[in-house]
Design a binder for this molecule. Sequence first.
Ligand code: GTP
Ligand code: MG
Length: 561
Amino acid sequence: MASSIAVCRLHMRGRGSLGKCLQRVETFLHRNIGTNVVAAQGETHRKDEADEKDGRRSLCAVQAERQEQAERSVLISCASEKRLLKYLSTHGNINKYFFYESYGTHAVVEFANRESVASLLEEAAIPVVSNEAMVPFKSRLLSLRKSASLNSPNQKLCKPQITIPINQLIQRLSTEESIDRQVTSLTEAYQLTEENIRLRFLVCSLLKDIAAAYFPECTIKPFGSSVNGFGKLGCDLDMILDLDGISGRKGTPPKGGMSLEYQLKRANSERAVTQSILSVIGECVDQFAPGCVGVQKILNARCPLLRFAHQPSGFQCDLTANNRVAIKSTELLYLYGELDPRVRFLVFTVRCWARVHGITSSIPGAWITNFSLTVMVLFFLQRRSPPIIPTLDHLKDLAGPADKSVIEGNDCTFVSDFSKIQLQSNTETLEQLLCEFFEFYASFAFSKMSINIRKGKEQNKPEVAPLHIQNPFETSLNISKNVNASQLDRFVALCQESSWLLQLSETKTPRGRTEGNPAVPWGLAALLLPTQVAGVTRRKKRKLEPSSLRLKSLLESLKTS
Ligand code: GTP
Ligand code: MG
């Protein structure tokens, strides 16, 4: 498979330093797939060639391959690497494996064949623990018990599943020689790793085994930032229980004037069906699923969901059902992220910047969400001259018959074949784009205008919410309805502050370092300093101060940091 980074480089030809940076950043999701893998016996990866016309593959094709890999995988709590692999390989060839820490050492092991998993499970015993009763639910989450004489695996072998602390990131960025490099370096440090993506698909596959007790033909797919290309290590795992394979299946044509159908229970609405399915599966996850704790049934939300923690992976999970628009949004974001590498770099940077300054939060509230923020970045990139990415209406115009998608009356059609999309030649650097992003939103007419990626142009606001971002598919909805005026003001103030900081000669160039001292934060690193928050909250007061005083206090804060 031609890697997508090769394609990205084609687009980036002539973009100098950014092109060099790109060589160091591998493209999300596709990394290493189909390479380094011991040839699987009998079961090879199925690739849909139509999905791969110009080297890039649709999200559906990537997901199908990942799901198939996950079904050949097991998750094992274990102690000794050598012994584990020796033991497991008696059941068949191992394609890939890695270790990580979460409530003890775990290994994800992908076999070449499904039969190996079956053979392994055949050998596993139901543990007997004195004074404790166990639910005898068998799954691919296992423990390999060690005898006292075996050593633990070398900790260095464990792959980290969380990001480096922000202070370390700031230090790392401070040593980079350009803002472009800082942006790519931040993305490298924060993006989901190959291992973390595998673990996400494996958790979906383990949950599917539970849901399959009721719906044997269902699938559980990840969506949102786990797969849209913008996920940061540690982000939640959004999943959807997909029953379309069951409901969408047509029976055989009538024979002798007769056709056979299932008798089904009736419900009041689609929503009621979703609620009852999630309620029953929630009960099952809560009572039977090993490793799943803190199950909450949030069934009265606009989009009913189950929320729980999956301890062996460390993921916070949200499971929804019948949420096809969210899948389409995920595919759209993925497509935009694959069109031009600057999209992902900018989204990662803006998301990280917003998080350190409390513009976004993991707790629901009046904050701007990562999804809204991503749409704001996409809109900004559509507004460049020439635009870096096309409008959603243009992507709809390019769609073929197979792309047609109408969900609950909403037209969600857009092209999936990358080779049909012609990009315009915009050569702006990441540094320029970052500065311009802050300027753009520092002066955006939020009080009157709505952000609209379908048209790629601001539109008059149809309602009085402080921030109006049109939902790309359910166009009568505002995805940032929750945001209140004070949160929007904070965002605008931070954009002004950040834009100003990037223009200051003191912060826009590398500061160098003196012997034995850490590098002084500059450029993007300076923008991520938490002292900025205080800077914004004190903004009104500081407006009255002469600019020399402002500058002096800023430099002081940089020195002390
Ligand atoms: P993080 O989890 O914060 O890393 O980002 P995320 O993109 O996964 O966001 P979140 O978990 O909040 O939502 C998951 C997905 O649901 C998003 O990627 C969108 O596809 C979809 N989504 C989230 N919020 C909205 C919304 O307000 N409207 C619509 N239509 N879709 C949404
Ligand atoms: Mg999410």
